[in-house]
Structures are given as C-alpha cells and as structure tokens.
Design a protein around this ligand. Structure first.
Ligand code: DAH
Length: 347
C-alpha cells in the first residue's frame, strides 16, 4: 500500500502492479502457495490472500485515477488559449464553383431517384455522333467544332467529346430499361470567348421507360430548377427546336427579370434559355439496342458552368479555368459547405 501511494506517475504505478499482481508478483506467489496447504489451512489462508489481492487491485485502480486527474490538471495549467488573440488564418484552398454546382446537381437528381453515370473524355466518333443519329456528313457535326485525335491503327476515329450525350449511348448499350441517369462531366469544343471555353462542363440526363412522355420531362426540369435556384415556383416554357438525337426537340427557358442590370429568376416577364432536351429519337433507341416499339425516353443537357454563372452571379467564363487564386478565393466554397438538400443548397 505504501508503494502504491508513493508511485508518482503511471509508469511507477505499473511497476508496482507488476511487482505485486503480475505473473511472478509477490501476491501471485503467495496465491501459488495455497496449492501445497492442507484443506484447513487453505480455508483460512485462501480468503486472506484473495482479500489482499482485491485490496491491492482496488488501491492501484484508485491511485491510477488520481494520477490521471493530476496529469489532466497539469496539462490544463500549461495549455492556455488567449481568446483575445486574433483568429487563426482560415484554411487555404476552396471548392471550385463547378465542383460545388456539380455536387448540387447530383444532390437534387439523386433525390429524384437518378443515378450518376460516366463516360470517357476521349470518345469515339461513333458514340459522340453516329449513334446519336448524327451520321458522317450531317451538318450538326460542323456545329460542334470538334477536337479530333490522331487516327488509330484500326482506323477508329477518336475525339474529345463535344457533349455528354455519348453517355446516353453507353448507358443504353450497357443496361436495360428502366434507365434514370445523369452524367456530369467535361466536354470540349474549339471555342473561346466570354461565355465559351475550349473545355467546359455539361450534365446529361436520360430516362427510358415504357411510359415516358414530354410531361414527365417538363416536371423533372421544373423540379430541378426550383431546387437549384432555391425558389418555391418558377415559370418554364419549352420552345420547339432541333437536335438530331431527339424528336420532338425542345429548348428550355426559365422565367426571369433582367431589369436593373441583374438577373433574377422566378419573377419578371423575360426568358432565359437553360437547357436542350427532347424525347429520345426512336432511331437512337434502336441503335443502342432499346426497342422503340416498347420503350420511350427523354433526355436533357445543361451547361454546368453556365448554371454556376447564373446562380452565383459570375459574369465571365474564362477565369473559371485560369487558376487565379484571387478568383478562387472570391468565388470558391469552403470545404465543409456540402451541397445537401436538407440544408440550403448553396449555404
Ligand atoms: N448535347 C446537346 C449539346 O451539347 C445538348 C442536349 C440537347 C442534350 C438535347 C440532350 C438533349 O440530351 O436531349 O448541345
């Protein structure tokens, strides 16, 4: 007991414990002698030895708690925080608006039961164009200002995908309907001005099922826009348009107000185009192994960078990809501002 009380730190106490209760400790040795005693001796000595062991163990545990309390007290005395000092510098680095908006899109569409699909940036001519009903001499090919890669030995032509629509093809070839996916990713075109960059981002949407129609498309797009722009309601109109891979094709406009040099959504009498969409062309379904007699689908495509510019008031697209730290600090998001529907999306 004296040794226990004298142990000045947890190491010294541990030595005492091993010396008494360890395999070869003094109390353990004492307990071993019980084996050589007569039953009568054992009756009196046994409880004595066991009591001794228990008292030693209890005393050690108590001393251990005491020492831990002292150690904590000592630490608290030495570690002090001066709350009047200026706050430490915020962590360096921020989440790029495109990454943040992509996460917002995924959160919204996940809530609408969409899965995320992916495809490669280097795509084949076949998937980027032909299987989307854009055959080799089709004028739509010119509109895409494609970056082509050197022809490969087997003469297949590869390119940097000009849109995320080839992920529609890949998804339909890989899985059977019902299909309900979005495909966010990088896209490339030979274009460069305030609203175009040679590398940009799109998100594709595709739904294929036995009963799918334009009304479903409009509802999904409305739900998406309300959630994304964080509005209770937003006017939307579908304008007839043309894309080779959809029939009918539409361009999607949302209601906005441009007065006062600012754009506000969900009010006013102006319209802003935000997406291309339509019912998947039966020929596309067929080329991707889906029976157009039985299945219908709709598809849509948004520009992610453009969505970011509209929501966060970023006027020029070019600095998105220039890695200017001042721009990133200004428009970037804190690492812990996670886009989640149960909180405000944009925080
Ligand atoms: N791929 C088109 C583009 O880049 C956008 C688009 C339009 C995608 C209509 C679609 C769609 O899925 O149905 O211009």
């Amino acid at each position: 007991m004296q040794q226990i009380a004298a142990a000045g730190d947890s190491r010294a106490l541990e030595d005492v414990r091993v010396g008494a209760l360890g395999k070869k400790g003094s109390i353990a040795e004492l307990l071993k002698t019980l084996g050589g005693m007569t039953p009568e001796q054992r009756k009196t000595q046994g409880p004595l030895f066991n009591g001794l062991r228990d008292r030693a163990a209890d005393a050690i545990a108590a001393r251990k708690r005491e020492l831990e309390g002292e150690a904590l007290e000592a630490r608290l005395m030495t570690e002090r925080v001066d709350v009047t000092l200026p706050a430490p510098e915020a962590a360096e680095g921020s989440v790029h608006p495109v990454s943040h908006v992509r996460d917002e899109l995924i959160a919204i569409f996940a809530d609408l039961d969409f899965k995320v699909a992916e495809g490669p940036d280097v795509e084949t001519d076949e998937y980027n164009f032909s299987k989307l009903n854009i055959p080799p001499e089709h004028p739509a090919r010119q509109m895409h200002d494609t970056f082509y890669l050197k022809p490969q030995s087997d003469s297949t032509r590869t390119l940097l995908r000009t849109h995320t629509s080839p992920v529609q093809v890949r998804t339909m070839l890989a899985q059977k309907p019902p299909i309900r996916i979005i495909a966010p990713g990088r896209t490339y075109r030979r274009d460069y001005d305030a609203t175009h960059s040679p590398m940009f981002h799109q998100v594709e949407g595709l739904v294929v099922d036995s009963e799918t129609h334009l009304g479903h498309l409009k509802w999904i797009l409305e739900e998406f826009c309300k959630a994304y722009f964080e509005l209770p309601a937003i006017g939307m109109r579908l304008r007839p348009s043309y894309f080779p891979f959809t029939e009918p094709s539409v361009e999607v406009d949302i209601q906005c107000d441009r007065s006062g040099g600012q754009i506000r959504f969900g009010e006013g009498r102006d319209w802003m185009e935000i997406a291309g969409a339509g019912m998947v062309h039966p020929r596309v379904l067929e080329m991707c192994g889906v029976d157009p007699e039985y299945y219908h689908g709709f598809a849509f495509g948004f520009g992610i960078d453009r969505l970011a510019m509209l929501k966060y008031g970023i006027p020029d697209l070019r600095p998105f990809f220039e890695s200017d730290l001042r721009w990133l600090r200004h428009y970037g998001f804190a690492a812990l501002d996670i886009a989640a529907l149960h909180e405000s999306l944009s925080q």
